[in-house]
Design a protein. Structure first.
Length: 127
C-alpha cells in the first residue's frame, strides 16, 4: 500500500474538463494531503503551468476537443513532472512524449496516488 502522507503539502495541478472526474480527482488529491489546483480549460492550465509553484501535474489529454500538449511542453520547460490521463489509449502519447507516465481512464484512487508518488519520489518503493 502506498504511503499517502508522502504527498502531504505537494502542489498538484490537475487539468480535467469533465466536472465529475475533476471533482473526484480533487477529492483523491485532498485525501492524500495535496494542495489540489484543479482547472478545466487549456488557457487556465497553461498559465498555471508557466507561473505556479508546482510539484507535479495530472493532465487530461483531451480538453474540450483540444490537446493538453502545450501544458505538457510548459511543464517540461520548467522540469515539473506530470502524468497524462486519457481514455483514448496511450499510443500517440508514448510517441509524442516517450517515457512519460500515462494513466488510462477510468482510474482509481490508488493508481493516482501510486503514480504521483513514483513521479515525485522515483526512489520510493511500494511494497
Amino acid at each position: 500500500m502506498t504511503d499517502q502522507t508522502s504527498l502531504e503539502g505537494m502542489n498538484i495541478l490537475a487539468v480535467e474538463d469533465e466536472m465529475l472526474v475533476a471533482m473526484m480527482l480533487e477529492d483523491i488529491l485532498d485525501n492524500a494531503g495535496c494542495n489540489a489546483i484543479v482547472v478545466g480549460h487549456l488557457d487556465q492550465a497553461l498559465v498555471l503551468a508557466q507561473e505556479r509553484d508546482l510539484d507535479a501535474a495530472i493532465l487530461d489529454e483531451n480538453l474540450h476537443g483540444m490537446r493538453s500538449y502545450p501544458v505538457a511542453d510548459a511543464l517540461i520547460a520548467r522540469a515539473i513532472p506530470f502524468i497524462f490521463a486519457t481514455g483514448y489509449g496511450e499510443t500517440s502519447l508514448r510517441d509524442l512524449y516517450p517515457g512519460r507516465a500515462v494513466i488510462a481512464k477510468p482510474y482509481r484512487d490508488r493508481e493516482i496516488i501510486a503514480a504521483l508518488t513514483a513521479l515525485i519520489f522515483p526512489n520510493f518503493s511500494v511494497r
